[in-house]
Every structure is written in structure tokens, then in C-alpha cells.
Design a protein around this ligand. Sequence first.
Ligand code: NAP
Length: 238
Amino acid sequence: MSRLAVVCGGSGGIGRAVSRLLAENGCRVAVVSRSTDAARCTVASLPGADHGAFSCDISKEHEVHKTFETIQTTYGNISYLVNAAGINRDSLLLRTKAEDMVALLHTNLLGTVLTCRAALRSMMHTHGAAIVNIGSVVGLKGNVGQCVYSASKAALEGFTRSLAKEVASRNIKVNLLAPGFIRTDMTAGLKEAEVVRAIPLRRFGEPEDVAKAVLFLLESSYITGQVLVVDGGLQLAM
Ligand code: NAP
């Protein structure tokens, strides 16, 4: 049977491109996001059959537990997990509301931790299982107006390296991919012409640029606990 991939945030810009590339490469894809309609929309656009849409708020433990249980009983064991669900609430720290801090940490950090935990047992039963968490170049370098977002993404680096050590004996690889500016809804409000001046490759990344790197990490047999930066050289200039 073909590999089962779970893509959290699979209805978003990066997650949709990852879901498509995985489906093109023969995976069955479980697309997870809060909105069922949005997840269904991604599934409808995928080549091949046997994909599924799941509504789940990854920041809520009981929803994650229930969703992964359903995925496993319906589709079987999980080979790949991609954590591409995330939010940003940009503002200077002095103006950041506590509820926004909690939402950022619960979605970007806790959500990823919960989905990894929920998928692990199932992944132990598949050969060549792999997890890719999506961080951010901002988690590595910091950015004005993104203190809490940056903290949530930086924490994913420690989490990813630690989990990679914990599950290496089970031959499960865990890596972090850190994108720069990628053209999705999350960056739609930015002044692209100004921002690209800081990017050595002089363009925003496309979701497909990230998807190719995600597939590379998922399929790599000897890479674990690493951070792969996909940013057109942005961090060189930060
Ligand atoms: P996007 O287009 O806004 O997509 C975000 C996705 O996350 C959507 O599918 C959304 O679906 C899902 N999501 C949000 N909160 C969720 C929750 N609590 N539970 C389940 N799903 C949730 O953003 P994107 O640009 O593709 O970003 C994907 C990831 O890459 C994020 O982690 C982001 O921080 C990171 N990243 C993006 C960029 C960039 O330039 N775009 C750069 C660096 C890092 P629902 O709303 O239906 O839940």
C-alpha cells in the first residue's frame, strides 16, 4: 500500500503545495486544518484517490488525539508527518495582548508537539517514517514585531533536535525546515517590492520551493535533527 502522509495546515499555502507534491509522488494524504471546507478544497485538488480531509484544531489535545485515532483506523499507519499549521500575530511586544501570545504558542509550538506525540506510535510501525516541522528563519534570527512568533519557532528547533534523538533508535527522522518569505496568505499584506531588496535571490519563495525541500527531507534516509533553511539567502543578510 502507498505511504500515508499527514499534513497539518494542509489547506494553507505551504501545506497545500506539500500535499500536492506528496500526492504526485504516490502518497495518500490526510489534510488537516480547522476548516473542513478548506481541507476538502485541498483534497479535491490532489491527483489520485484515497486522500482525506480532517477538521482539527491542533492546539487542542483532545481534538488532536481524536483526529489521529480516526486517521489511523481509517487509513492505517502513518509514514510521514508534516507540521505546516501556523499563525502569526505581528506586533511589538509592548502592544501584544496576552491572548495573542497564548494563541501563537499554543498553535505554533504546542500544536506541533501534540501532533508529533499523536503520530509517533503509528509511525513506529512503518519503515522509513519521517517528520518535518515547519519553523521560520525568524526563529533563528529574530525580527522586530515578531517576538512571540519567533519564540514559538525557535522552540521548535530544540523540540525537533530532542525528538530526533528520542526516536532515532526507531529509525524515525525528525527535521526542521525554516522558510524565509514565502508567497502565501500569511505574507499577502507585505510590500513585496520593498521586502525583496533584503533577499539575495531577489524574490519571495513559492510554496512549491518549500514543498520540494520538505519532500527531500522526508525521503532522506540519513538526515535527522537538522535545520534546513529555505529562504533565498535571506538569513545571510539578517
Ligand atoms: P497560511 O497560508 O496562512 O496557512 C496556515 C495553515 O495553518 C492553514 O491551513 C490553517 O488552516 C492552518 N492552521 C492555523 N491554525 C491552525 C490550528 N490551530 N489547527 C489546525 N490548523 C491550523 O500560512 P503558510 O504561509 O502556508 O504557513 C505555513 C507554516 O509556515 C506556518 O507555520 C508558518 O508560520 C510557516 N512559515 C511561513 C512563512 C511564509 O512566508 N509564508 C515563512 C516562515 C514560516 P485553518 O485556518 O483552516 O485552520
